[in-house]
Design a protein around this ligand. Structure first.
Ligand SMILES: [Zn+2]
Ligand SMILES: [Zn+2]
Ligand SMILES: [Zn+2]
Ligand SMILES: [Zn+2]
Length: 656
């Protein structure tokens, strides 16, 4: 149904059309009288809520029993002025009790410059059913606990402490929680139908920046000065390389923030909510724009510089959109390439490539040969790049029949034939250029997995399987069949290498589940026994410790790594559900103590913080870990519960 203004009057007198949803609304309903100067652009009430807090979806406006309209206008007040409202939640009562729907109160200041949700004052007392005082943050709803309301008539009192002109709208809403990943998806989907136009606009934007005459010097006005444009690739919040670059639609700078970080940061109320970290313009949910040119740029950098891409913090762009990296890094890259050219790996890689080339006599091969020629048949990376290209084209041209895609064992056969793995030295299937030094230089757990998966044959295998079937379950099946096809054993020499494969496979780009969770699922589906699983955890944790020690990494990533580990310590195996809680508890404690011995903590005081956080996360996860810190009394961790009491924990994410 097409809805009009919240007052539900159909007339179009003195009305405006919402800048976002285009619905008609009345100026007087937004506290603008005929004599007031109206803004050129105005959001409607629903769109203000959506822009200010997209993590809450509006389900229903609750009507007042003692007022005519569902929204009440508050104008001037005197000191200690009280308003009283009664309402019922009726059929929503059960959902509220189950926390599926949240009763939320708003009092929103009109005529605000930012046009985002802000309370007119922090000094308003809210009382529910005479007894319960409800707290609120200036930029968010006031949330009422399900225990404070009854299934019948409820009463709300608003007490304005000061005499003032409030110009506000007051009402009660029922809202649902939306995960930040879903909000991100909505932002990405919004561009879908007009992506070509957006990219064209962004090209013009960059073109203007690159060719802009130097404004500071007068004589250059006539002379077109063409200078390179410098682009920062680090997220201003985390100082990590951008994953999904974005900025505000009104921002005039080229530098971006990372959309994931920005959404996580703004999912909680804070003083700088929805403020661009570069230019401080208000950048609400409906004003965020993904920068597709930088998305492409980051992809190119990764392909062109697979060993150092994560180190690149800045690039410069010339007039024809070619990028250049710091010459020092370039030099390092060259020497790295040289050493690989002399290595044994290369012969294997060239073998893969020639097999790939003879596989089908068509345009694909021609293109790859051209690519190789241009690189004098030398670069191993080009070989992997071309192998990936081959896989992509096979998919595009539907050379993979549907019945193959459904059968993982057929898929595995197809892959092994494609790259002639029969004659392959088994161990080199896993041979990676990821060495310990590389691990230490990395702070992001996920990046390590990406690195494993981008430079090995097994990584290529993961790429292939992921490309045709994304489910973790098919992954696990395919890994098992892959190993049996190559006669590899989980238990013998290849166990550690296999583990890296699991770890890389559990990297979930869309972050539906945490890596720790996916890892657990894969182990369980691959019938890894409980003891082996524990060994895996110990091995991984020891590797991860080298990353944890580097506390220059942003706290966000440390917390994420801890979440991954706390998942792994949680021994609740899917196929082992029958185990007693007590067993799970004891084996978790044992494993943790094995990894984080008192000795290690003495040598590395930083690690005690990490251990404390892991214990806290376990405590939040399940009742059985309620007093887990009692087992660690001799570790001097202090009062763990108190230390993290301000840490807000929602599903898999924490906010510090
Ligand atoms: Zn109206
Ligand atoms: Zn609207
Ligand atoms: Zn900005
Ligand atoms: Zn700020």
């Amino acid at each position: 149904m097409y809805k009009q203004c919240y007052c539900e009057q159909q007339n179009s007198l003195d009305s405006f059309s919402c800048i976002t949803c285009k619905r008609q609304n009345h100026w007087p309903c937004y506290d603008y009288q005929i004599t007031d100067k109206q803004p050129l652009e105005q959001r409607c009430l629903d769109c203000i809520f959506q822009a200010s807090n997209p993590f809450k979806q509006i389900e229903h406006y609750v009507r007042f029993n003692n007022k005519k309209s569902k929204i009440f206008q508050i104008g001037k007040t005197v000191q200690e002025q009280q308003f009283s409202f009664t309402f019922e939640v009726n059929k929503y009562y059960e959902d509220i009790k189950k926390n599926q729907i949240i009763l939320s109160i708003f009092c929103i200041k009109m005529k605000e410059q930012k046009q985002l949700f802000v309370w007119p004052s922090t000094n308003i007392e809210i009382l529910v059913n005479e007894r319960y005082q409800i707290k609120y943050h200036e930029t968010d709803f006031a949330y009422v606990s399900p225990n404070n309301i009854v299934n019948g008539q409820n009463r709300i009192q608003l007490i304005f402490k000061d005499k003032n002109e409030y110009n506000s709208l007051f009402g009660i809403l029922l809202v649902k929680n939306i995960e930040w990943q879903e909000v991100k998806q909505q932002i990405m989907d919004a561009d879908k139908d007009q992506i070509e136009q957006i990219i064209t606009q962004q090209k013009v934007f960059y073109f203007d920046k690159i060719n802009k005459p130097n404004e500071n010097s007068e004589e250059s006005i006539d002379v077109q000065v063409q200078s390179n444009l410098s682009i920062n690739l680090l997220d201003p919040f985390t100082q990590q390389q951008l994953q999904l670059p974005a900025r505000g639609k009104n921002c005039q700078h080229v530098n971006c923030f990372d959309l994931n970080t920005f959404l996580i940061f703004n999912s909680q109320p804070n003083k700088c909510r929805w403020t661009c970290p570069y230019c401080h313009l208000t950048t609400a949910y409906d004003q965020i724009q993904i920068d597709y040119l930088q998305v492409r740029l980051l992809q190119d950098i990764k392909i062109d510089h697979p060993n150092i891409y994560y180190k690149i913090q800045k690039v410069s762009l010339n007039q024809i959109f070619q990028y250049q990296i710091n010459p020092k890094l370039q030099k390092k890259q060259m020497s790295r390439k040289q050493s690989i050219l002399n290595s044994q790996n290369l012969t294997q890689l060239i073998k893969i490539n020639s097999k790939a080339l003879e596989f089908e006599n068509n345009q694909i091969q021609f293109e790859i040969v051209e690519l190789q020629k241009r690189n004098n048949y030398t670069s191993a990376y080009i070989t992997f790049k071309s192998a990936k290209k081959l896989i992509q084209k096979i998919k595009q041209k539907e050379l993979l029949k549907n019945n193959i895609v459904k059968d993982t064992s057929e898929l595995v056969k197809y892959f092994c034939n494609l790259f002639d793995l029969k004659y392959y030295d088994k161990f080199s299937v896993f041979d990676s250029q990821v060495d310990l030094q590389y691990l230490e230089s990395q702070q992001d757990f996920e990046l390590i997995c990406k690195a494993i998966y981008e430079n090995t044959v097994s990584g290529l295998f993961i790429y292939f399987i992921r490309f045709v079937t994304p489910s973790i379950k098919s992954f696990a099946q395919a890994i098992m069949q892959f190993s049996s096809h190559l006669k590899l054993s989980f238990k013998l020499n290849y166990q550690k290498k296999m583990l890296e494969l699991f770890l890389a496979a559990s990297y979930d780009k869309n972050e539906k589940y945490s890596q720790g969770y996916n890892f657990k699922v894969i182990c369980s589906l691959c019938k890894v026994t409980n003891d082996e699983y524990t060994n895996h955890i110990i091995y991984l944790s020891q590797k991860l410790r080298t990353i944890f020690y580097n506390l220059n990494a942003s706290s966000l990533f440390i917390v994420r790594n801890c979440i991954n580990l706390s998942h792994m310590f949680d021994q609740d195996f899917i196929y082992n559900k029958l185990r007693e809680d007590q067993d799970i508890y004891e084996s978790s404690v044992e494993t943790i103590k094995e990894i984080y011995s008192a000795q290690i903590l003495k040598e590395n005081p930083n690690v005690s913080e990490i251990l404390a956080l892991i214990l806290y996360l376990l405590y939040r996860k399940d009742k059985i870990y309620e007093n887990i810190w009692n087992q660690f009394n001799d570790y001097n961790l202090g009062n763990v519960k108190k230390k993290f009491k301000n840490l807000e924990y929602q599903n898999d994410f924490c906010y510090l």
